[in-house]
Design a protein around this ligand. Structure first.
Ligand code: SAH
Ligand code: SF4
Length: 394
């Protein structure tokens, strides 16, 4: 990331409309867009809103993928819809289940690209870690995804489609006519998979709006956490247009170290980022920000770092999530010792902030934070290149 890099990356999502004669995939369309399209394809304006509501419920509340099953629409209309539209989600090409129950899915999206999605079961809840891009334009030096070039942004349909795919696998669509159960296997979403969600803002927003819609998947905005490396201009927009919880990949307490670990810091430094974060809880009416902090041996894990971190976040309602570094082949860092991590956590805790240490999940299937990288995108940087960019080449 250079200082002059554009805010919005020049990458395009694939067009939703397939060439001549192709069907339009309804998954991922906003309610407004779906309404417009139904009208364009012959629905009387007066009825369009009601039809959107009916179709919406079939797709997002009951998990139906076949127009012929939408029994509150006339048979003729169902056939018409089937001619012009489709209901498609990404295809699962591989599923691995870890000893700890974590599930990692490799899903294929249009163009033959693949992304990873991880389901983490916990006691009386479960979290789905969703990807927003194939690869990433950013090059955080400790992140495996960062070694994979950005291939493209996911469409809103491909993002919400990951949630639908997981509900299929968990067999969690309520029976038609029955309410969604309160005890859900998939109860939380984290946008912490591959990619930088704020470089794919509109698609992420539209997908999350669908996930939150009360007539469908119906997840509360407080059960969705978006993690950003610090795309400052999009933070206020996230509060206003999505309203979900925010996590930030903080990882360092000085600009010199953060420039190396999270190079987007060269564009928006710690002070600028903190200013944006201070406003977030007010704008989004949410409780607190999660500061993610990866524990790298000898790099950012000293007691001084912990004290500096406390000073920096002063006044921001926050919790600090300590992530023991997950190693990957060629990674230029080591995980901090348990003693170090606990000492760091204690300092933060004593200053009045929750400071949980994230338990690595699904390590045996390479599903832990920062390990995701699709095998099909083999464009890998060399070990030397990674070390050079991390400033470790002396
Ligand atoms: N691009 C977004 C979201 C995806 S990364 C972001 O950077 O915030 C999700 C979290 O995993 C981030 O906090 C990221 O910094 C962290 N992470 C990346 N690689 C990691 C690794 N190897 N070990 C532990 N955490 C890692
Ligand atoms: Fe991209 Fe996030 Fe990995 Fe950085 S940590 S390279 S922003 S996915």
């Amino acid at each position: 990331m250079t200082a002059n890099a554009p805010v919005t990356q020049d990458v395009h999502t694939i067009p939703r409309k397939l060439p001549e004669g192709g069907k339009i995939n309804m998954v991922g369309l906003t309610r407004d867009r779906l309404r417009e399209l139904l009208i364009e394809h012959g629905a009387p304006e007066k009825q369009a809103k009601m039809r959107v509501g009916q179709i919406w419920q079939w797709i997002y509340q009951w998990g139906v993928r076949d127009f012929h099953e939408m029994t509150n629409l006339s048979k003729v209309y169902r056939a018409e819809l089937d001619e012009k539209f489709s209901i498609e989600i990404p295809e699962v090409v591989n599923r691995q289940i870890s000893q700890d129950g974590t599930r990692k899915y490799l899903v294929r999206i249009a163009g033959g690209h693949e992304v990873e999605v991880v389901y983490i079961p916990e006691e009386s809840r479960g979290t789905l870690c969703v990807s927003s891009q194939v690869g990433c334009t950013l090059t955080c030096s400790f992140c495996h995804t960062g070694t994979q070039k950005l291939v493209r942004n996911l469409t809103a349909g491909e993002i919400v489609g990951q949630i639908m795919m997981a509900r299929d696998d968990l067999n969690e669509w309520p029976e038609h006519g029955k309410p969604t159960s309160d005890a859900r296997l998939l109860s939380n979403i984290v946008l912490m998979g591959m990619g930088e969600p704020l470089y794919n803002f509109e698609n992420v927003r539209d997908a999350m709006k669908i996930a939150m819609d009360g007539e469908g998947i119906s997840l509360s905005r407080r059960r969705i956490t978006l993690s950003t490396s610090g795309v400052v201009p999009e933070i206020a927009r996230t509060a206003e247009e999505i309203g979900c919880l925010l996590a930030v990949s903080f990882h360092a307490t000085t600009d010199a170290v953060r420039d190396i670990l999270v190079p987007i810091n060269k564009r928006w430094n710690i002070a600028t980022l903190l200013d944006a974060l201070r406003e977030y809880p007010k704008l989004s009416n949410s409780e607190r920000i999660t500061f993610e902090y990866v524990m790298l041996d000898g790099v950012n894990d000293s007691k001084e770092d912990a004290h500096r971190l406390v000073k920096l976040i002063k006044g921001i309602p926050a919790k600090v999530n300590l992530i023991p570094f997950n190693e990957w082949p060629g990674a230029p860092y080591k995980r901090s010792s348990n003693n170090r991590i606990h000492a760091f956590s204690d300092i933060i805790y004593e200053a009045g902030y929750a400071s949980p240490i994230r338990k690595p999940r699904g390590e045996d299937i390479f599903a832990a934070c920062g390990q995701l990288k699709s095998a099909t995108e083999r464009e890998r940087k060399s070990r030397k290149q990674i070390a050079a960019e991390a400033g470790l080449d002396s």
